[in-house]
Design a protein around this ligand. Structure first.
Ligand code: TRP
Length: 367
C-alpha cells in the first residue's frame, strides 16, 4: 500500500508537516469579488501555513454544459489566470484539473455506495441548483452524482479544512458523512467516536471542516441577489478601473436624500465593510450615513470604488504576464496535477487497503 515512487523529473512533494487543505471551483468563466471575499482571499492567507491543493472542477462543469466542451476548456484556463492574479502562488500551492486525477473518479464510484440515494437528493445545494438553473426533471444522472464526486475531490486529499463559500457547506456535511461511514465500516472506528478522534482510532480520513470566508455571501451590484456571473450583477477580478467605477455606481440602495437616515445593512455598506480597510473610516461612514449627516450614496460609492481599484490593481499587474499565454498556464497545471496525484494515489491505496480492494500496487505517470 505504499504510494508509487515518482520519477526524478517530478517536483518535490509539498512539505507534509503542515496541515492540508483542499478546495476548488467549477470553471464558469472569470472570477468575481464574491469569489475573492468568500474563499480565495482565505486561500491566499493559508498558503504559507498550509499544504494547499486547489482543484479546477472541470468534470463537474460537464454536468450542465456537456455540449460546450470548448468553453469549459477555455474557462478552466481562465480561472487559473484569475487564481494567479489574486495571489495564489503555484510554487506554494498545487493548482490542478479534476479530470487529470483518476483517483477522484475511482473514489466517487466507491463513495456512491456509502450514501443513500435519497440522502444525496436531499442535499439543499443540489435542490437549489435544480431550481435556480431551471433543470426541472431533465438533468443528467451525473448532475446529482457531482455532489458525491465533490466528497471524493475533498477526501482524496485527506484535508483538515476546506475553505469555501456558504453555499458549499451542505457538500461539506455530506463529505463528513462519507468520511465517518468509511472509517466506521472499513476501519473499525466506533459509531460513537468523536469526529476529532477518527484518525487516531485508525480511520483513513480525518473529518474535514468547512472554513467559510469572512463574507460568505457578497451581494451583487443589483443589491438583491448574491453576486453571480449568470445574474449579470458581478464585478470581475479582471475588470478595468473605469468598469469597476461604473459598476459600483450602480449598486442599488433605494435611498433618496442625504439627510434621510440610511440603512447601513444595505448592499453598499456590505462593500464598505468588506473592502474599505481602515476600521475607523468604516465606523465614521456608518455613523454619518445612519444619522443622515449629509453623506450621499455617491460619496460612499466613490470611496468603495477607490478601495476596490486599490485591491484589484496588483491583481491586474500579476495577471499581465499570463494574458494570452496558455502554455504557461498548462505548465502550472501539469506541475499541480503531478503533486495532486501523488497525494490522491496515496489516499486511494489506503482506501483500497481498508476496503479489501488492494490486489497489486499501481504506478501512475503523467506525460
Ligand atoms: N462545487 C464547487 C463550486 O461550484 C466547486 C468544487 C468542486 C469544490 N469540488 C470541490 C469546492 C471540492 C470545494 C471542494 O464552487
Amino acid at each position: 500500500m505504499t504510494p508509487s515512487p515518482q520519477s526524478k523529473s517530478q517536483p518535490a512533494s509539498l512539505p507534509s508537516s503542515k496541515p492540508r487543505i483542499l478546495t476548488g471551483d467549477t470553471p464558469t468563466g472569470t472570477l468575481h469579488l464574491g469569489h475573492w471575499v468568500g474563499s480565495v482571499k482565505r486561500r491566499v492567507e493559508l498558503q504559507t501555513t498550509h499544504e494547499c491543493y486547489f482543484l479546477i472542477a472541470n468534470m463537474h462543469a460537464f454536468t450542465t454544459r456537456a455540449e460546450h466542451a470548448a468553453d469549459i476548456r477555455r474557462d478552466s484556463i481562465e480561472i487559473v489566470r484569475d487564481y494567479l492574479a489574486m495571489g495564489i502562488d503555484p510554487k506554494l500551492s498545487a493548482i490542478f484539473l479534476q479530470s487529470e486525477v483518476p483517483a477522484i473518479a475511482e473514489l466517487t464510484f466507491l463513495f456512491a455506495m456509502l450514501l443513500p440515494f435519497n440522502r444525496v437528493m436531499r442535499n439543499p445545494t443540489l435542490k437549489d441548483e435544480i431550481k435556480i438553473k431551471n433543470l426541472g426533471e431533465t438533468y443528467s444522472f451525473g448532475f446529482p452524482l457531482y455532489a458525491v464526486g465533490q466528497t471524493a475531490d475533498i477526501l482524496a486529499f485527506r484535508p483538515t479544512g476546506v475553505p469555501v463559500g456558504e453555499d458549499q457547506v451542505p457538500h461539506l456535511e455530506m463529505t463528513r458523512e462519507v468520511a465517518r461511514r468509511f472509517n466506521q465500516i472499513f476501519c473499525g472506528v466506533s459509531e460513537h467516536a468523536e469526529d476529532a478522534d477518527h484518525e487516531k482510532l485508525g480511520g483513513t480520513f480525518p473529518i474535514p471542516h468547512a472554513d467559510v470566508g469572512a463574507v460568505g455571501r457578497l451581494m451583487g451590484i443589483d443589491g438583491v441577489n448574491k453576486m453571480s456571473k449568470s445574474l449579470g450583477n458581478a464585478i470581475f477580478i479582471a475588470d478595468p478601473p473605469k468598469e469597476v467605477q461604473k459598476k459600483v455606481g450602480k449598486i442599488f440602495t433605494g435611498r433618496k436624500t442625504l439627510t434621510e437616515p440610511g440603512d447601513i445593512n444595505n448592499s453598499l455598506f456590505q462593500y464598505v465593510d468588506a473592502f474599505i480597510l481602515d476600521p475607523a473610516r468604516v465606523a465614521e461612514l456608518k455613523d454619518r450615513y445612519a444619522r443622515g449627516d449629509n453623506l450621499g450614496d455617491g460619496h460612499v460609492k466613490q470611496e468603495v470604488a477607490d478601495a476596490l481599484n486599490q485591491l484589484l490593481e496588483p491583481m491586474r499587474e500579476r495577471r499581465r504576464p499570463y494574458e494570452g499565454n496558455d502554455d504557461a498556464i498548462i505548465d502550472i497545471l501539469r506541475d499541480g496535477c503531478v503533486r495532486a496525484n501523488r497525494v490522491a494515489e496515496e489516499t486511494l491505496a489506503m482506501v483500497k487497503d481498508a476496503a479489501k480492494l488492494s490486489y497489486f500496487p499501481r504506478r501512475l505517470t503523467l506525460g
